[in-house]
Design a protein around this ligand. Structure first.
Ligand code: DC
Length: 222
């Protein structure tokens, strides 16, 4: 089996999603948003009334939600137990709770296994661009192209504020700092740059420039 895996990691607001979809589109590859998987499991836990302060309780139910991930970069839907949750997983409730759920090792083990299956299925068709926090370090450590996107705290908060309704740059900055701290200090697969990843600071770049730079790196490495 041959196929290209492009690992795109970085904190929220670094421009990962738009860039990953743009790169997948340009190269005719599939696209996987692993953050959407953690969000979908979080949505399910909230729906079932699972206490999110109880890691053992989350772990005990982590195998129950049945996820189906769309991998079309133009329409990457996500369903849980047959329900389309593409909208609700972007809401404030899920966003505020997802770090607690994604810190639970049993949740990660299950989702990482699912991510590897989706990656393997994509390879005969050419490959996949996978975005997340631990793709280059844990999910696909052999990916030939690994990019670690960063941006200044102000740029990240401004981008997120533009995507959401009813929030301010200051509120987003505070919420992101809180999530980054949980995501990068948790014991299980923390947000980290792989030793062999190329770091790309997107602060001064617009989306087309980020995509062009990633495509240049792909050409250079493959
Ligand atoms: O990229 P995002 O904001 O949709 O991610 C949602 C949360 O999921 C984020 O707080 C970190 C977590 N996450 C993770 O732990 N591992 C991944 N591979 C992707 C996301």
């Amino acid at each position: 089996m041959s196929g290209l895996v492009v690992a795109m990691d970085g904190p929220s607001g670094s421009g990962k999603s738009s860039a990953s979809r743009g790169v997948a589109r340009a190269l005719g590859l599939r696209y996987l948003d692993t953050g959407a998987m953690y969000r979908a499991v979080t949505w399910w836990m909230l729906q079932r009334g699972v206490n999110l302060e109880d890691a053992a309780g989350i772990a005990a139910r982590s195998a129950e939600p049945a996820l189906a991930m769309g991998t079309d970069p133009d329409a990457p839907g996500v369903t849980v137990d047959g329900v389309d949750v593409s909208g609700p997983i972007r809401g404030a409730e899920v966003t505020g709770a997802v770090s607690a759920v994604s810190a639970v090792p049993e949740v990660r083990r299950r989702l990482v296994a699912l991510q590897r299956e989706i990656i393997a299925e994509s390879l005969p068709g050419g490959g996949i661009v996978v975005e997340g926090r631990d793709i280059g370090t844990v999910v696909a450590p052999d990916a030939p192209v690994k990019i670690y996107l960063t941006a200044s705290a102000d740029a990240r908060a401004q981008r997120r504020t533009a995507e959401l309704d009813g929030t301010t740059v200051e509120a987003q900055k505070a919420a992101m700092a809180r999530r980054d701290s949980i995501d990068s200090t948790r014991k299980a697969d923390p947000l980290a740059k792989a030793a062999d990843a190329v770091e790309l600071d997107t602060t001064p770049l617009d989306l087309d420039e980020v995509i062009a730079e990633v495509l240049r790196l792909v050409k250079e490495r493959v």
